[in-house]
Design a binder for this molecule. Structure first.
Ligand SMILES: Nc1ncnc2c1ncn2[C@@H]1O[C@H](COP(=O)(O)OP(=O)(O)OP(=O)(O)O)[C@@H](O)[C@H]1O
Ligand SMILES: [Mg+2]
Length: 458
């Protein structure tokens, strides 16, 4: 028989008794090392994680704080809305707290909104409770197809004992304030109507960037304050309109000669309320059904504007005459009537999801049908007068930066004797800019000349 043992023993010489015991010891050491390595591996992978978790739990149970995360893109549209509301809410808190800010321009590049930068914290106080917000950005490996992923979230930290008030009242307050602020920051837009076949549509015309405000509007202070007050009461009247069971809408009629600031006032209203403008061109409306279609498509927080309402009704009459002999057109024309417009206004905007303002303008209030003027349709009639001294002072401040001047007395007297519009005054203040531009005196002198000529020519 062939002895295969030496072959298996690696051609080694056969061992004696002592050699055998050394080999046994070596194998035992090697085996125990293997066991030790496996044990270490086990501890490293399993037991260490477990011990860490245990320590974390222990620390957490001792941590007096709670943290809530609001992620940017997780969990559907409501989460996105909440994230945006928090961002806007914090923008009102962070400008004087966080050392690093991010500027965002929603509405106007001249008035950027500041947001918290990554890693920055902002503290806030509510009913004696202090909370801390932090914007965090975390990167993870993501998945093999899309690569690494960034997660952004706002972390809200507060004391455990304040959980009830923070999770309830405080967060509700943050969301409501944030939403309201966001609405006032958003870019306003102008829409106008057009026809496509027999259907009427609102088309986006452009962003609304008119700089007019009630502060720069040339008008008597008292009258201006009354209008601003009325607008505020209207825009915050959700509860009131619900209680009295009336649609949340209000009608303004602005009347006065051309150049007295009717369109400027509409712009100031839109800026004050942060409402979009829906400029209704009645000549592009076929019939009452069209009109109804358009008016029903105006969203809440908007101003419906019908400029030169007297001319619109004239066009209606003209069309009636022009279309004699053209039966089809006549029939179309007859379908758009003042009665139709009034019915539309009466039944308009029954949903109380938000306020809708209607502003009609005219140069000839005397030509308007009394049915249109009846209260309930037009709640407020505002006369835009020729330029008085108070209005002039606002224009002088706007255009020249002058609040008082010795020439003002002369101008006051001349304004009493003449009928000039704020537009005329504004134009002359600009035209007078010349060598005395710095002081503005040249502009005032130029205006005096123009006013004197007007008074003489009377
Ligand atoms: N009350 C005012 N306050 C400030 N600026 C005014 C005022 N009225 C007129 N202006 C200036 O004159 C210009 C023309 O005014 P605006 O278009 O508002 O007049 P209007 O009453 O709408 O005229 P129209 O009847 O012709 O439409 C404005 O761009 C503005 O610069
Ligand atoms: Mg106008």
């Amino acid at each position: 028989m062939v002895n295969v043992l030496p072959f298996f023993m690696g051609h080694q010489m056969p061992l004696g008794q002592e050699g055998m015991s050394q080999l046994g010891l070596g194998m035992a050491i090697a085996a125990s090392m293997v066991v030790l390595t496996i044990f270490q591996q086990f501890i490293l992978t399993h037991l260490r994680g477990y011990i860490e978790q245990l320590i974390q739990k222990l620390f957490k149970s001792m941590d007096p704080n709670v943290q809530i995360r609001f992620t940017e893109d997780g969990g559907g549209p409501k989460n996105i809305e909440a994230y945006a509301a928090i961002e806007t809410y914090l923008s009102s808190k962070c400008s004087d707290q966080a050392p690093r800010l991010t500027a965002k321009s929603y509405r106007d590049i001249r008035t950027p909104v500041f947001c918290v930068d990554f890693g920055e914290g902002v503290s806030d106080e509510f009913k004696g409770v202090t909370v801390k917000w932090q914007l965090v950005e975390e990167k993870d490996k993501g998945d093999p197809y899309r690569g690494p992923r960034k997660t952004r979230y706002y972390a809200l930290t507060f004391r455990k004992m304040n959980r009830k008030i923070v999770v309830g009242e405080y967060l509700r307050n943050v969301m409501e304030d944030g939403k309201a602020l966001k609405a006032s920051n958003r870019q306003l837009k102008i829409y106008s109507n057009s026809l496509s076949g027999n259907e009427s549509y609102w088309n986006y015309i452009r962003d609304f960037d008119h700089p007019a405000t009630f502060e720069t509007l040339a008008m008597e202070k008292e009258k201006k304050e009354e209008i601003v007050d009325d607008l505020f009461r209207f825009s915050t009247g959700s509860e009131y309109y619900r209680r009295i069971g009336k649609p949340w809408k209000r009608g303004y009629l602005l009347y006065g000669p051309p150049g007295t600031g009717k369109s400027t006032m509409i712009a100031a209203m839109a800026n004050l309320l942060s409402y979009d403008i829906y400029d209704l061109e009645l000549t592009a409306v076929l019939c009452n059904a069209n009109l109804k279609q358009l008016l029903n498509r105006i969203p809440c927080n908007s101003i419906l504007v019908i400029e030169d309402i007297d001319c619109s009704s004239k066009i209606t009459n003209q069309r009636e005459q022009n279309n004699e002999g053209d039966e089809k057109k006549e029939r179309i024309f007859e379908k758009l009537t003042l009665a139709g417009l009034l019915n539309c206004i009466d039944g308009l905007f029954s949903a109380n999801d938000g306020g809708r303002l209607m502003v009609f303008t005219t140069n000839h209030v005397e030509l308007l049908d009394s049915a249109l003027l009846r209260s309930g349709r037009m709640d407020k009639h505002i006369e835009m007068p020729y330029c008085g001294f108070e209005a002039f002072k606002i224009l002088a401040k706007n255009y020249l930066g002058i609040e008082d001047h010795e020439l003002f007395v002369r101008i006051e007297g001349l304004l009493k004797e003449s009928s000039v519009t704020p537009a005329d005054v504004a134009e002359n203040l600009i035209a007078g800019r010349g060598k005395d531009e710095d002081s503005g005196e040249g502009c005032l002198k130029k205006l005096i000349q123009v006013l004197e000529k007007k008074v003489e020519g009377k």
